[in-house]
Write a protein that binds this ligand. Sequence first.
Ligand code: RUB
Length: 305
Amino acid sequence: MSSLDRVKEIAEKIKSMEIRGAANIGRAAARALMYYAEDFDGNFVEEFMDGVTEARKILESTRPSAVTLFNAIRYVFKRMEGRDVNSLRDSVIKAAKQFIENSEKAIERIGRFGAERIPPNSTVMTHCNSSAALGAIITAHLQGKDIEVIATETRPWYQGHITVKRLAEEGIPVTLIVDSAMRYFMKDVDIVMVGADTVASNGAVINKIGTSLMALCAHEARVPFIVCAETYKFSPETVIGKLVKIEERDVREVADPKEFSGVKIRNPVFDATPPEYIDAIITEKGVISPYLAYEIIKEEFGVSL
Ligand code: RUB
């Protein structure tokens, strides 16, 4: 067995979306590096470093739009230290565990802060399947707020099905709609809550395709549009001008090209919502304006230009 086997296995699961959602992807990347360190049975520092660099490359090539993947890896690499294999191994395992623990705590705090924003007897709309947004909704429900949820099915992967099943399990009244019905139902909605894959330095939020459309509908209807995002969803690369790459997946997820000869099919799976349509971003460090994204990036990652 090679020390990269479990890394490759996790990378494959991220690519095929067996592991999906930005928080899960970040934690899985940290776990993969931990497995690499655990499985490494060589004696040479150079060999360990070559392997962990290869692991990074494999993981980073899976999904481009979730900065959590890159930030989780960055977190572990920053804390990797030691002059021998044993200390390097221990530092990687410790950092990966710390990242996973911080991420779980962040979701719990966002749940609490987010629940504060959900009024009693209200209807919440959500898109896709975000553990951070669901945390807030479920916490509000557990506080006895008597809420209901309208959730989009989220083509083409139908992550909305996971969302509605989870909410129904919690006993929350929930309605499943097609994505294109979001404007039709917006008049019944008190607040929109979604997650994020990446927050850029200008406050734009990259999330599942259709999110920016939902923000536009919410804006038109004067419905608050709230994003739930841990601070490791903020992208340091965007400070130096890099754009977040929008992942385009296999068109067969949309339709079988053989049935549509002469037709071009496209499948971008994320979009960017500009900050002017976002009322607040709920992070584990508090509720902020999207225009404070740069400050968060500076504090979390230290910006060296
Ligand atoms: C998932 C998606 C989610 C964010 C936030 O897309 O867009 O809204 O990742 O999720 P995909 P979380 O299914 O393509 O990965 O709050 O769980 O990090």
